[in-house]
Design a protein around this ligand. Structure first.
Ligand code: ADP
Length: 447
């Protein structure tokens, strides 16, 4: 079962670990698909505007200025260095127009596109026999916002060749290379907004799988615990009933064989064995039925229990356990409000446990506080490990399985004590160190 749980936990971890990157991969692919689709739409729209839309009109402004400049240059009216200045003069007004053009296009406006155009080279060739004359080389903003580090895939280059005046000895042919960029301002926001449904669904799916695994494992562990408790309980109860039954069997056989040869003392001894073992079985049986029926503890018969009543119970225990040094160092004049039978069972359970779990010395004390009284039973027995201290009050819990045959019990004593104390609105706590002993403290409100 334990191995099964480990396998299941490992399987769950591997499944989640495999599922998460697969989902991540699908989400990344979807993101790329969206990005590709948006880029294609934007480039197509820009192309449309450049060929027969408003951008075409805007472009024709700087193009005709360039044509004019080239003609002036060929005629020697301007110098090549003046080309940049001539173009810069247009940049502001053209930028404004481009911005307007993009804002009026619903598709481009949705992506908040910034469109920028640069001249990267301009050359003129007066006639075909001469080498081309470089008018400009570099990166000169024609219009738009100056963009740096724009990804390459968002850029396109085009070469404009004007051959119309190739045979015009004055102007000649020229070639202008431009590079256009577009960038999308709220790209991440847009894509994530489009993918939000998918993202939420993926996260929920992953959470759902993790929760499902967690519940299954928790369930399996709980089942294992119940199965362990069941096995332990059956082992314990078999062992517990075997001893008195065995003793009674011997005593009964002795009485059956009685052909008048039994002395009075032997007869009485057999009867007392049967009586003792019968009482022990009844006590065990009572413990089991109390625990399984979970009947409410009746506190209506509560009376004042004085320190002398407690001392009486402790003294009775001391008489039947002469090998244990039982002391009552502090017995304040405090009173507990409880049913006599209940306080007797509680004390006997705790004292029996101390004796069972190796104590040679037990200290019982009753202390008086302002609003409550505390009853402490401390022993120098084997002690209880910290991890078990919270569990020993659980139904059927016994510390270690090795204990079964050395110290008898069903794991019900402390459960009964806790339930009874709780019925009187009190609490029970334990302080213990393995090898050194244990100290149980019952705190009860004063009557
Ligand atoms: P049982 O004694 O029948 O096993 P209890 O409910 O009385 O059941 O006790 C639960 C467990 O707590 C015991 O199995 C034992 O290991 C541990 N325990 C209880 N009292 C003491 C004690 N005084 N010293 C050491 N261990 C104790």
């Amino acid at each position: 079962m334990k191995r099964k749980i480990y396998f299941l936990i490992a399987g769950c971890i591997i499944t989640v670990a495999a599922l998460a990157p697969i989902q991540g991969y699908f989400i990344y692919n979807t993101y790329r698909l969206y990005a590709k689709e948006a880029n294609a739409q934007i480039t197509q729209e820009l192309l449309r505007l450049e060929t027969d839309g408003k951008l075409d009109t805007i472009n024709s402004v700087w193009m005709s200025r360039t044509q004019q400049f080239m003609r002036d240059y060929a005629e020697g009216k301007v110098k090549s260095t003046e080309y940049e200045k001539a173009m810069r003069g247009l940049s502001d007004s053209l930028s404004g127009e481009v911005q307007q053009c993009i804002a009026s296009d619903s598709m481009l406006a949705k992506y908040d596109v910034t469109y920028t155009n640069y001249v990267t080279s301009a050359r003129i060739c007066k006639d075909t026999t001469q080498p081309a004359d470089t008018i400009f080389k570099g990166k000169m903003l024609l219009y738009g916002t100056n963009v740096e580090n724009v990804p390459e895939d968002k850029a396109s280059q085009s070469t404009w060749r004007d051959n119309t005046r190739q045979n015009d000895s004055l102007s000649g042919a020229f070639e202008v290379v431009t590079t256009r960029y577009y960038s999308i301002a709220n790209w991440e926001k847009l894509v994530f907004a489009r993918m939000s449904g998918l993202l939420i669904f993926s996260v929920l799916l992953l959470v759902f799988v993790v929760v499902l695994f967690y519940l299954s494992i928790k369930n399996l562990i709980a089942q294992k615990k119940i199965a362990d408790i069941k096995t332990d309980f059956i082992n314990n109860i078999t062992h517990e009933f075997q001893t008195p039954l065995g003793a009674m069997d011997i005593a009964v056989k002795m009485l059956q064989r009685n052909d008048g040869g039994l002395t009075e003392e032997q007869f009485g001894h057999s009867i007392s064995i049967i009586d003792r073992q019968n009482k022990r079985m009844q006590k065990l049986f009572g413990q089991v039925t109390d625990a399984s029926l979970s009947t409410e503890i009746d506190t209506t018969q509560a009376t004042i229990i004085s320190h002398t009543d407690i001392a009486e119970i402790v003294n009775d225990f001391a008489l039947s356990h002469p090998e244990i040094m039982t002391m009552q160092p502090q017995m304040d004049d405090a009173a507990l409000f409880m049913d006599k039978f209940h306080i007797g069972t509680i004390l006997n359970n705790l004292l029996d446990n101390a004796a069972k779990y190796g104590a040679t010395k037990i200290l019982v004390s009753l202390k008086d506080w302002e609003k409550q009284a505390t009853l402490t039973i401390a022993d120098n027995g084997m002690g209880i490990a910290e991890k078990d201290q919270k569990l020993i009050f659980d139904k059927f819990y016994r510390v270690e399985k090795g204990n079964i045959h050395t110290a008898k019990g069903l794991g019900l004593g402390l459960y009964y004590v806790k339930e009874t104390v709780a019925a009187y609105k009190g609490t029970i706590t334990v302080k213990s160190e393995p090898g050194k002993g244990s100290e149980f403290t019952i705190t009860l409100p004063k009557p």
